[in-house]
Design a protein around this ligand. Structure first.
Ligand code: CMP
Length: 139
């Protein structure tokens, strides 16, 4: 089915000027960028976004990292977009990511892993709504 998923190009990638290279991989794999903006995430936004990880030992580091430089938040649309995006991103840990994936090509570590993607259609809707108004998404 035609789906929308939520994507973030993270600070390690924006710092290295990789926005276009990552978008190119998304587009080559059939994902259409139907909304996109570059923002400086606030601590409150990052804490809310990653609330599910708040008990993890890396939570503080994660919030610190996500607010350390601009990020690019996106809505990607395509057939089975949630799963397709996760496939194009590759495994969370770049040392386990498959050849040709964003994280294999670009990620630096499990924390500085260049991209975020929603893990389900339900979470995609929640995450999209945290960063985009309906009229900012143009399919
Ligand atoms: P993301 O898909 O954005 O969702 C949660 C993030 O936590 C994940 O990507 C990783 O970047 C980060 N993360 C997961 N495990 C660790 C870890 N052991 N140390 C630091 N960051 C982590």
């Amino acid at each position: 089915a035609l789906e929308r998923t939520f994507s973030i190009i993270k600070p390690d990638a924006t710092n290295r000027n990789l926005t276009g290279a990552i978008n190119s991989l998304f587009e080559k794999n059939g994902l259409r960028i139907v909304a996109q903006k570059r923002i400086q995430m606030t601590t409150a936004q990052a804490e809310t976004f990653y609330a599910v990880h708040s008990a993890r030992p890396f939570f503080g580091e994660l919030v610190e990292f996500m607010t350390s430089a601009p990020v690019v938040v996106q809505v990607l649309e395509g057939e089975n977009a949630v799963l397709k995006h996760r496939e194009v991103m590759g495994a969370t840990n770049p040392s386990e990511a498959a050849e040709g994936t964003v994280r294999k090509e670009f990620a630096l570590s499990i924390g500085e892993n260049s991209v975020h993607g929603s893990d389900s259609l339900e979470n995609a809707a929640i995450e999209i709504a945290q960063f985009f108004a309906g009229n900012e998404i143009v399919g």
